[in-house]
Design a protein around this ligand. Sequence first.
Ligand code: SAM
Length: 182
Amino acid sequence: MSEPGREAIVRPEAFVARHSSRLSAGAEVLDVACGGGRHSMLLARSGCRVLALDRSPDRVASLAGAAVAEGLSIAAVEADVERMSLLPARFDAIVNTLFLHRPLFGEYQRALRPGGLLFFGTFTTDHADVLGQDRPGRRFLLEPGELRAAFPDLVVEHYEEAILDGRAMATLVARRPAGMTE
Ligand SMILES: C[S@@+](CC[C@H](N)C(=O)[O-])C[C@H]1O[C@@H](n2cnc3c(N)ncnc32)[C@H](O)[C@@H]1O
C-alpha cells in the first residue's frame, strides 16, 4: 500500500473516520455506490451492520469476499442506486462519497432514523476550475455551498469545502433531528 494513489482510494475519508465513532455497535448503515468498500469496512469493523450497494459486480464481489474473510457484517449487493427508493427511517447512517446523484438527496433525508447521521463528500467545481481536472464531468461536481443547503431537514454538524491532496471536495456530516416525524 505504498503507492500514493492507491493509498488515497483505500484509506477512508478523514471526515468519515472522525465522526464514525459516534455510531453504536449494531447500527444499520447504508453505503451508497460503495466502490471498493473502504467505508463499509471501516464501519463494519467498528460493529455496524452495513448494506453496501454498487453497480459494479466486480467491486461488490470483492467487497463481499473481504467481508467474509474478516467475518464482518456487510451485505454487498449489486444495484443501480439511481433507480432505488429507500424505506423511511430505515438507517442509522448513510454514507455517500465520491458519487453524486442529486435526486437521492431527499431519499437520504427520509431514510435516516431520528438521530441518524449522513456522511456526504464529493468533488466541487473547484476540481475543474482551480485544479484543472476534467474528471468527473461537470454535472457530477457540487457548486459552492450546494452541499450545505442540500438537506434542509437535517442539522449540519460538519461542513467544509477545501482543496487538499490534489482534490477539491465538499464534505458534510448532518443529523436527522430526534423529534422529526415523516
Ligand atoms: C469514485 S467511486 C467511489 C466509491 C466509494 N464511494 C468511495 O468513496 O470509495 C464511484 C462508484 O460509484 C459506482 N456507481 C456509479 N454509478 C452508480 C450507480 N448508478 N449505481 C450504483 N453504483 C454506481 C461505481 O461503480 C463506483 O464504484
